[in-house]
Design a protein around this ligand. Structure first.
Ligand code: ATP
Ligand code: MG
Length: 227
């Protein structure tokens, strides 16, 4: 099977990527509402949500039982289950599928945890290439400031505390998320990812996203009516 091949299904797949607090969910929610209002059959799929392993993942995280390898494998299982049971059937049915985080999240996090980049990419070779993958590029300080307002404290794995980089959660978060940013930046060219300047106001970013998505959907319509 060709790795991350262009799928030939009638549906479209748009995914958002970026570090915690970069604004992914904010933008995807707005895009979802707009697509619905435009009359598209649109479905939302979230990371870490497969009924098959969701509880195990939660327990593993709560009890701090996951190693970099089992962390990676359990997320791959979750994703494979969603891909086969949810995302592919929807694309076959012609839906617009929106994913909050996709394989690039796994590549960035798992490599930041010390897993081999080629091994992680191979692990996810069943995945289809998104129509557009948006990367919300934001400096660490901006993301941290946004999260400080919205939440209290970082979670253990979110801050990479399992890696022993620092005992201070804030410092560990910075070091770990810094590694993740470096991985995302490497992937922009490797996977032809669309970068959005995520320091801009919410509405400005949303306009940029809609323009790109609209062009892809119009192109699909033209191809369908062509003889
Ligand atoms: N462009 C923006 N300017 C200022 N604040 C923003 C912007 N976009 C999002 N925010 C705020 O930042 C916080 C984090 O946003 P959001 O939850 O969308 O991020 P996320 O990337 O989905 O994070 P996570 O990966 O943790 O789910 C929210 O409180 C949101 O209102
Ligand atoms: Mg989110």
């Amino acid at each position: 099977m060709k790795r991350y091949g262009e799928h030939r299904f009638p549906g479209k797949l748009f995914v958002v990527e970026g570090i915690d607090g970069s604004g992914k969910s904010t933008q995807l929610t707005l895009l979802h509402q707009w697509l619905q209002a435009e009359g598209y059959g649109v479905v939302f799929s979230e990371w870490n949500s497969s009924p098959l392993v969701r509880d195990t993942t939660k327990r593993g995280k709560k009890k701090l039982m996951l190693t970099p390898a089992t962390f990676s494998l359990i997320h791959a299982t979750d994703f494979a289950d969603r891909m086969e049971r949810n995302i592919i059937p929807l694309l076959k049915a012609g839906a617009v599928v929106l994913c909050d985080r996709y394989i690039y999240t796994a590549f960035a996090r798992d490599v930041a945890r010390g897993m081999d980049p080629a091994w992680v990419r191979e692990l996810y070779s069943f995945a289809v290439k998104p129509t557009v993958a948006f990367y919300f590029r934001v400096p660490l300080e901006v993301a941290r400031r946004r999260l400080a307002i919205g939440r209290n404290g970082f979670k253990y794995y979110e801050a990479g505390l399992d890696l022993g980089l620092s005992e201070d959660p804030d410092e560990s978060f910075d070091l770990f998320q810094g590694r993740i940013i470096a991985e995302y930046e490497k992937m922009v060219r490797e996977f032809d990812i669309t970068v959005i300047d995520a320091t801009q106001p919410i509405e400005v970013q949303q306009q940029q996203m809609r323009q790109i998505v609209k062009a892809k959907l119009a192109q699909a319509k033209r191809l369908r009516v062509a003889p």
